[in-house]
Structures are given as structure tokens and as C-alpha cells.
Design a protein around this ligand. Structure first.
Ligand code: NAD
Ligand code: ZN
Length: 377
């Protein structure tokens, strides 16, 4: 009896020691360097410098994420140029599609562990207490902080996010492929939900071959919609391969509203515009089906306006709806489509130092899908 007890207590002691060892590891986490590689710029449109900058320390509610891959969104381009109505902080590290591993966390964080996969999104933090946050419209929170705009973003090896807003990424996915979902994927999935249409209905996606568009086509397909994609000549094959039922080349067609009405037999039930084209927005209002919805997603330069003929707008009972990123539930759902293989993320991976070249390709409209930056190069 005595011998059994002694063996049991020895076992308990060993277990306690193991537990203590693992606890110490978890609290300490991996070694975090003082400095790291980043792309940073100091004035709007100025040189995008690839250099060493200090690693930030997470606050009590934050996680520090070792960013492995970060997507290049057209919003980053606008942030760099400073051509929207509200301006970013300077100097600025761009980026809001960062996928990586949690390496440190603040003392109040209970929903992430060191070693978890996490995503740093456009919504870096929200207040959780305003009317909008209370009703899960977090992207309208007046106190929100935005990655790569009002706080430093993900074109760096270590980025901070509020643990409540950071995305939980399952361990079984490819971090390079998941990166674009953290803005482009969530945004188009939410826009399609906001379109309020049913399986089988027509949805027109303007900008179908770009970063948001390539994902929009696939989410729309997975949700059972019939898709008319619109984009340039160089995007046709790509957009059709992704799942467009029909495609209109905006370079080759003179009267786009007429062509859309013909293809969709009376106009699409919804239009999602993910391009920067103001002309395309104004055309969408003309051809959307009566009772249908035009969802505004693309963000042209500041000062752009829509013009709708009131008589026609009222009699056709059309809806015009703005849609900006998505909330935490949209994030979870959008990532789940990807994990289950219902959408594929077609990415081209290049080194972080090549961000300026990616912007040049973006300027020329030559990108099919999304470029992703590998922060180790
Ligand atoms: P992108 O450059 O990858 O894609 C834009 C696509 O639009 C390109 O394929 C381009 O060829 C196409 N296009 C241009 N003019 C067109 C026209 N007249 N007709 C049809 N297609 C046309 O850019 P992206 O990263 O997909 O971002 C698209 C836009 O969405 C940007 O304005 C960005 O700022 C905005 N955005 C908004 C939200 C939001 O929450 N509302 C989120 C992310 C990005
Ligand atoms: Zn974005």
C-alpha cells in the first residue's frame, strides 16, 4: 500500500514538473527579435522602402502575429497614393490580409494561444460597445482601427491585432492561400449576402477577374447563383474558368447595359461592383432588374458620385447598398467555405521586397486574382 502511494505521488510530481515546463514554454513563447523586415513609406505615393524597423509590443488586449504571408489589395494602393477622402497615418506599413502564427499575447487575451494561426484583417480593432458593434455591424464602428491605414499593417514580419477582431485560422490550411480571404474573401462573401438573392438568381460581378472578383465568382457559384462576369479582355479566360456562366468584355462592348439586359433576360437580380469604375457603377443602376440590388464595394478615388434617375429608381423599386468588409461571423463563415474546398484561392506568391513591382502590375490592370507577399523574402 505504502509502495503504491509513493509511486503515485512520484508520478504526480513528474506530471506537475511537465505541466510547469509546458506552462513556462507557453508564456515565454518563441524568441521575438527587436527588429524585422517591412515595407514602409513616409509620404503619400513616396518610395516603398524595404528595410528593418522595430517590432511593436502587443498591448494587454492584443496578439502579436508573426506574419508569414500578406495579400496585396487594391485598397493598399489607394492608401499608398492617399486618394481617398480620409487619409492614413504616416509613416505607414500597408497591409490588411496578414496570415501567420501567434507569438505573443497581452495579459487579457484568452481566445488565442501561442502557436495558433491568426489573421490580421482591415478591422484591426472595434470598440465592442457602440450601437453598431452591439448589433454586429462592427465594420461601421466609429471607433474602429484599420490595419495598414490607421494602425501599422501586415507588410512586415510581426503585426499587432486586437485579439477580439483577429481571425481564427484553422491549422489545416495553407497560410499563403488563406491570406486573401482576410479582406477580399470576407468582403465579397458579405456583399453577396447583402445582395439578398436566391439560388438560381442572376448576379453580375463587375471586375470578375481581379482580387475580389475572382473570389466573388467562386462564392457566388458555391451559393448557387447564376453569374455574369464583366472585366477586360485579358481576364476573360480566367473568369470563365473560375465559374462565370457568361462574360462581357467591357473593352469590346459599346452599350454594356443593353448587352447585360440581353444576356440576363431583363437584368440581373443583383450587381456587385468590385471595380474602381464609376462608369460601371452608373451603368449598373440602369440595368439591375426591378426590385434588384446594386451592391457598392469598389472604392474609386475620393469625390466619385453615383447618379440615379429618381423616377426610374422609384418605379423599378431598386436598392443601392454599400458594403464594407464583414463582421466576425462573416469572417468565420467565409473561411469555412475555403476550408471545405468550396472556394479556391488562386494566389501568386512573391517576396515582400517585391511589393513595388506588384503595385506596378496593379496600375496596369494586369493582375489575375491576387498577389501574396512572402515576408521571409
Ligand atoms: P483589383 O485591381 O485586383 O481588381 C479590380 C478589377 O476591376 C480588375 O480585374 C480590373 O480589370 C477590373 N475593372 C476595371 N475597370 C473595369 C470596368 N469598367 N468594368 C469591369 N471591370 C473593370 O482590385 P481589388 O483588390 O479586387 O479591389 C477592388 C476594389 O475594391 C478597390 O477599389 C478596393 O479599394 C475595393 N475594396 C473594397 C472593400 C470594401 O469593404 N468595400 C474591401 C476591399 C477592397
Ligand atoms: Zn482589402
Amino acid at each position: 500500500m505504502l509502495r503504491t502511494l509513493t509511486a503515485a505521488s512520484r508520478n504526480a510530481q513528474r506530471n506537475n514538473r511537465n505541466l510547469l515546463f509546458f506552462r513556462t514554454l507557453a508564456t515565454a513563447g518563441p524568441t521575438i527579435p527587436e527588429t524585422q523586415k517591412a515595407i514602409i513609406f513616409y509620404e503619400q505615393g513616396g518610395p516603398l522602402e524595404y528595410k528593418d524597423i522595430p517590432v511593436q509590443k502587443p498591448g494587454p488586449n492584443d496578439i502579436l502575429v508573426n506574419i508569414k504571408y500578406t495579400g496585396v489589395c487594391n485598397s493598399d494602393y489607394h492608401a499608398w497614393k492617399g486618394d481617398w477622402a480620409f487619409k492614413p497615418i504616416l509613416p505607414l506599413v500597408l497591409g490588411h490580409e496578414g496570415a501567420g502564427v501567434v507569438v505573443a499575447k497581452g495579459e487579457n487575451v484568452t481566445n488565442f494561444e501561442i502557436g495558433d494561426y491568426a489573421g490580421v484583417k482591415w478591422l484591426n480593432s472595434t470598440c465592442q460597445s457602440c450601437d453598431f458593434c452591439q448589433e454586429a455591424h462592427e465594420s461601421s464602428c466609429p471607433n474602429q482601427k484599420n490595419s495598414g491605414y490607421t494602425v501599422q499593417g501586415t507588410y512586415q514580419q510581426y503585426a499587432i491585432a486586437d485579439a477580439v477582431q483577429a481571425a481564427h485560422i484553422p491549422k489545416d490550411v495553407d497560410l499563403a492561400k488563406v491570406a486573401p480571404l482576410l479582406c477580399a474573401g470576407i468582403t465579397v462573401y458579405k456583399a453577396l449576402k447583402n445582395a439578398n438573392i436566391r439560388a438560381g438568381d442572376w448576379v453580375t460581378i463587375i471586375g470578375a477577374g481581379g482580387g475580389l472578383g475572382s473570389l466573388a465568382v467562386q462564392y457566388a457559384k458555391a451559393m448557387g447563383f447564376t453569374i455574369l462576369g464583366i472585366d477586360g479582355t485579358n481576364k476573360k479566360e480566367h473568369a470563365l474558368k473560375l465559374g462565370c456562366d457568361e462574360f462581357i468584355d467591357y473593352n469590346a462592348v459599346n452599350d454594356i447595359p443593353e448587352e447585360v439586359l440581353k444576356v440576363t433576360k431583363g437584368g440581373p437580380h443583383a450587381v456587385i461592383n468590385v471595380s474602381n469604375s464609376v462608369k460601371a457603377y452608373n451603368e449598373a443602376i440602369q440595368y439591375v432588374r426591378p426590385t434588384g440590388t446594386v451592391v457598392l464595394v469598389g472604392l474609386p478615388k475620393g469625390g466619385a458620385t453615383l447618379s440615379s434617375d429618381i423616377f426610374s429608381h422609384v418605379l423599378r423599386a431598386i436598392n443601392i447598398k454599400g458594403s464594407v468588409v464583414g463582421n466576425r461571423a462573416d469572417t468565420r463563415e467565409a473561411l469555412e467555405f475555403f476550408r471545405k474546398g468550396k472556394v479556391e484561392s488562386n494566389v501568386k506568391v512573391v517576396g515582400l521586397s517585391q511589393a513595388p513591382e506588384v503595385f506596378k502590375l496593379m496600375e496596369k490592370g494586369e493582375i489575375l486574382g491576387r498577389y501574396v507577399l512572402d515576408t521571409s523574402k
